[in-house]
Write a protein that binds this ligand. Structure first.
Ligand code: A2P
Length: 271
């Protein structure tokens, strides 16, 4: 089943499921993951300078023979590159990816002093055509308010940790109102909560796995889940979430699982 796309505020489209590549920085494992993902229909790959796998992703795409314009590639500027070196570091990323543009470039974290000047550099990269779309990651409503007030080019995407245990309804509502697509990283809560009885019951009802219910919840929430796996069978399974939907009863039970459970960076105290 073809993966649907969401429209972003710059008119471009983003495939609604991508393969997350965080913690997949072994050369062979990363290339294999990308290869298997392409075979089963993924066309969206989420990398970052900090993941240290841009080169493996680039090589896997090249080896697959797939046309550049048929894949959607994201990378992110790491925290330590958000100063004057931002543009140069991005050129380095393009070299590693063996590409002359990315589909989406994100600022990885709302670093206090650097994030504002960094966004102007992001706008320059966008204007130079080297990133088709620009956005941010780990931004809270407060960080987004500042950015929307001050930027010429509005961020099209905010990538945050999001899953049934960290539902962030206020952030989702703010992004919806301001036409910012939310991408969900760690949609499986990093694999740390895959035994919940409520999830197990809903999974049984739909003949799906708990992981598939968690990914489907992200889709029902209007976001773009980026599940990570380095296993062929799971990579396939994580895409098989388009042939069913969660009903009202499921959604209301899942809403109750929200407990602000973070597995990763907490940006809420970053001023
Ligand atoms: P692995 O890479 O060994 O398959 P998240 O995307 O939320 O960060 O979760 C990633 C974690 O969840 C990884 O440890 C990954 O392990 C595991 N994982 C990914 N897909 C599945 C799945 N379908 N079932 C069980 N665990 C999964």
């Amino acid at each position: 089943m073809a993966v649907p796309s969401l429209k972003m505020n710059d008119g471009r489209e983003i495939p609604q499921i991508g393969l997350g590549l965080w913690l997949n920085n072994d050369d062979q494992a990363c290339r294999d993951s990308v290869k298997w993902a392409l075979e089963v229909g993924y066309r969206h790959f989420d990398s970052a300078q900090a993941y240290e796998n841009e080169q493996f992703l680039g090589e896997a795409i090249k080896q697959s023979g797939i046309k550049r314009e048929e894949v959607f590639i994201t990378t992110k500027i790491r925290t330590s590159n958000m100063g004057l070196e931002l543009t140069e570091s991005f050129d380095e990323s393009l070299k590693k990816l063996q590409m002359d543009y990315v589909d989406l470039l994100l600022l990885h974290f709302p670093v206090t002093v650097e994030r504002r000047p960094a966004w102007y550099r992001m706008e320059e990269i966008f204007n130079a055509g080297k990133a088709e779309t620009i956005g941010v990651s780990n931004y809270t409503v407060t960080h987004l308010e500042e950015l929307l007030r001050e930027s010429k080019i509005k961020p099209a995407v905010n990538q945050v940790e999001l899953h049934v245990y960290l539902q962030q309804p206020e952030l989702l509502e703010y992004c919806r109102k301001n036409n910012i697509v939310v991408e969900a990283y760690s949609p499986l809560a990093h694999g740390r909560r895959l035994e919940d009885p409520v999830l197990a019951k809903i999974a049984k009802k739909h003949g799906k796995s708990i992981a598939q219910i968690m990914i489907r919840w992200c889709i029902e929430a209007g976001t773009v889940p980026l599940p990570k796996s380095a296993h062929k069978e799971r990579i396939k399974q994580n895409l098989e979430v388009l042939d069913f939907s969660l009903d009202k009863q499921d959604m209301s039970e899942l809403t109750k699982l929200d407990e602000d459970f973070r597995t990763c960076w907490d940006p809420t105290h970053v001023t």
